[in-house]
Design a protein around this ligand. Structure first.
Ligand code: FAD
Length: 341
């Protein structure tokens, strides 16, 4: 897919979402790309159920609720979302525009770019035992693309959170065998899921082993099993045709580090007038940026998005006169917001 647009926003965390709003008020449309399959960044991925107390005028707001409210607020501006795609390449064209490429093959031709990439792309925590790498995405998986692919197979699932338990319960009925491995007997997953897993274990429909991965076994290039070190120290071999690992996600700066932008303490250096990086036309807001006095707070990112929007407008339309309008009284902003005057 090839897309020509005013602005590409890399990252659909709270700051990337609010950037859509601030650009939209100025009549600038945007495409938003995130490597995660859903919007919300850290709020949705790391602490959706936790209350936030320092969003202005909202004495308390759940983290997922904040994302839901932002999505509602930006709805009038019709931003196009490309989720589950990591931006892997960013290059300046000779004409001053930018080419971005994603892991899914989408190519953007954009007038300006906002990096709202937080702490980086969320990547799955790997199994990380000797010999496991060649099997990744073949018979060692960090996500399930099609549950049907695991029917009739001998499965081992690692993890103790919601994903591990949900997939254990979903895949157990059709699997030839299923062993769930977790490093301890307590789980982070919902209590109801754990109870259902224990019931299947009692009924002999699956096996639970307390331990950690030690090594993988293979024959003729095919995965045949994993060895687990049990809590007491003894090793246990488990037959496995397919292994699924759900150890959660962690953020990684990833490709951003290769885009020839000035980086300081793993963040992008910006000025505090435009929140522009060392490359004119590439802006950075939210947790990804650094400047004197930077605080990694959502409200700081919101302020940065407002100022970056004006700077982007000037970058795209240098001859256009800029003036500040209030959403309260501006008919043009009301039209853009879809509210009556
Ligand atoms: C437990 C916890 C509690 C917190 N509590 C508060 C609080 O009470 N108040 C507060 O103000 N802040 C709080 N924070 C911090 C707050 O969540 C962050 O400041 C905020 O999420 C930053 O938003 P962001 O949009 O800059 O980045 P993020 O939320 O990190 O989102 C960045 C997004 O960019 C995507 N991305 C990165 N690189 C790429 C790429 N190459 N291609 C595609 N997508 C990419 C990532 O997948 C991610 O979804 C808390 C953080 C944590 C972990």
């Amino acid at each position: 897919m090839s897309v020509v647009t005013d602005v590409v926003i890399v990252g659909a965390g709270p700051c990337g979402l609010f950037q859509v709003f601030e650009l939209g008020l100025l009549g600038i449309s945007a495409h938003v790309v995130d490597s995660l399959p859903r919007v919300g960044g850290q709020c949705a991925e790391l602490y959706p159920d936790k209350p936030i107390y320092d969003i202005p005028a909202l004495p308390v707001c759940g983290a997922q609720e904040l994302i839901d409210r932002l999505m509602q607020q930006i709805h009038p501006f019709g931003a196009v979302f490309h989720l589950g795609e990591q931006v892997t390449e960013l290059a300046r064209q000779d004409n001053g525009r930018f080419t971005l490429k994603t892991s899914a093959g989408t190519v953007f031709d954009a007038g300006a770019v906002v990096l709202a990439a937080g702490l980086g792309s969320f990547q799955p925590r790997r199994l990380g035992v000797p010999g496991s790498e060649p099997f990744e995405n073949v018979s060692l998986h960090y996500k399930v693309q099609s549950a049907a692919a695991f029917a009739g197979k001998r499965l081992v699932i690692f993890g103790g959170g919601d994903s591990a338990l949900d997939w254990t319960l979903a895949l157990a009925p059709a699997a030839a065998s299923l062993t769930l491995v977790h490093r301890r007997g307590e789980f982070r997953a919902a209590a109801a899921s754990v109870a259902r897993m224990r019931a299947l274990e009692s009924a002999g429909k699956l096996r639970f082993v307390e331990g950690i991965a030690d090594s993988v076994q293979s024959r003729d290039g095919l995965l045949t099993g994993v060895t687990v070190r049990r809590t007491g120290g003894e090793r246990l071999s488990l037959e496995a045709e397919q292994v699924l690992v759900f150890f959660g996600l962690h953020p990684k700066l990833g490709p951003i580090a290769e885009w020839q932008l000035v980086i300081e303490k793993k963040a992008l250096r910006v000025d505090t007038e435009k929140f522009q990086t060392s490359t004119p036309g590439i802006f950075a807001i939210g947790d990804i940026n650094i400047y004197p006095g930077k605080k990694k707070l959502i409200l700081s990112g919101f302020h940065e998005a407002a100022l970056a929007a004006f700077a982007i407008q000037h970058h795209l339309y240098p001859d256009k006169k800029q003036f500040l309008q209030y959403t309260t009284t501006s008919p043009i902003m009301h039209r853009r917001l879809g509210v009556p005057d």
